[in-house]
Write a protein that binds this ligand. Sequence first.
Ligand SMILES: Cc1cc2nc3c(=O)[nH]c(=O)nc-3n(C[C@H](O)[C@H](O)[C@H](O)COP(=O)(O)OP(=O)(O)OC[C@H]3O[C@@H](n4cnc5c(N)ncnc54)[C@H](O)[C@@H]3O)c2cc1C
Length: 475
Amino acid sequence: MRPETTPSIPFVNFAGAPIQPAPDALAALRAALPGRTLAAGEPGYDESRGIWNAMIDRRPALVARCADPGEVQTAVRFAAAHGIALAVRGGGHNIGGRALVEGSLLLDFSAHRDVRLDEATGEVVAAPGALLGDLDRATAPRGWVVPSGIVSETGLAGLTLGGGFGWLSRRWGLTCDHLIGAEVITTSGERLEVDERHHPDLFWALRGGGGGCAIVTAFRCAARRMDPTVLAGPIFHRPEATAAAAERFRAQTLEAPEEVGSLLRLGAAPPAPFLPEELHGRPVAVTILCHGGESERAAPALAPFRAGGGLAADLVQPRPFAAFQAMFDAGEPRGKRNYWKSEYVEALDDETLAILLEAHRHLPSPSANIKVFSLGGAVARVPADATAAAHRDARYIVVVATSWDDPAADAANIGWVRDAWRRVHARSGRGGYVNFLTDDRSPEETRAALAGVDLARLRAVRRTWDPSGLLGGEA
Ligand SMILES: Cc1cc2nc3c(=O)[nH]c(=O)nc-3n(C[C@H](O)[C@H](O)[C@H](O)COP(=O)(O)OP(=O)(O)OC[C@H]3O[C@@H](n4cnc5c(N)ncnc54)[C@H](O)[C@@H]3O)c2cc1C
């Protein structure tokens, strides 16, 4: 079959205006990437545009599954020559579906998941489609780690470009703090090595600014030495102990050493065999802990979180770190309708806790939950202007999240998230995480997510490397 030279989904520029490249030019692109460009209706097209959040249904005009950076340059030059919107897909986990733009040329990197660790230097090179699980499997069993996020199917690319926090952030900082260099293709098709010494402004922007500056074809990260086994796991509290658990979390997160990563989850008890049946489906608090330091320090450091009454199950135990990183994957499956909002907060004051506990009593779906991640430590020690990551001084981030299947339940789920978030935001007045911005984000929400970041510098980087705005960088 001859590949389409007039795709059924028209190409657009970033303002959404249709663009019709000459059939010859499109035919030349498709011939240059034989079998690796896909138009609507061709096998593999729907797979490339299928992302984690089923609420996002957008159709690129053409998908390019480039085999190497040279092919990325070819595809990008085609887009640049015609002013076509470019989209990039890493792990496809962005809640707002940022990897999908209607009518774009989509660079789908999801087949490129290679991660290589050089044990002599502690340097990791990750391909742009690498998932966090790929990273952990290549490093953790050998006693190394690049601190990242908490669900192993999330893409390293988007996570790093927006910052990246997880169990080890307090000890070692954000994922983007471990980025030591990147290979990028600019929207003019130039291939660059970027690091502290080469194109430092672009390197600054790649670390937390939320993307939209250039296309990264390789991430170079500095790994840390860490025991392959960590003391980690969830503690389930009984329903009547929810408020006490939240207060204990607040108190202990202020005391705990930086090796302790922790999160409070207020949701419904899963129908799990380790929980008494009468608790299944009832609102409960879960404290999830991970000690990323020396093993002899682990048990004493976690003990205060595990003390006190009202426990329904304590599953904290020594676990391979890579396995622990995948422990919560099943709770965040691909293909459901999802809506989240987040807010950085200085403190879990009584009013904020009351808002969260109130929302917890009215969960709109079995998977609805509120998570409070403890931050601070090494995250806050990196100077605010050293990278484009925002809100480093916040002590916690609150995430209100829900997932469901039936579109008829959209309003109830979205309404619950927005209502709880609005009340937390009114107290905090900060903003959310740039990587958790939803599709309906307002320009104010985007700016609040990047509060404290030198936006003039970020815009200047985008003007330099993506002067036509093909990547649609915001703020
Ligand atoms: C279940 C789940 C758990 C999560 N947990 C965490 C967590 O613990 N910590 C945390 O910090 N975040 C977490 N996140 C948020 C996550 O960081 C963002 O969703 C991030 O955007 C995902 O990256 P991705 O590559 O999978 O996304 P994609 O949707 O593929 O891409 C996201 C954005 O990055 C751009 N992009 C992707 N690849 C490239 C590239 N190679 N070059 C240039 N731009 C590129 C895309 O164009 C898009 O704008 C989680 C998200 C989900 C859904």
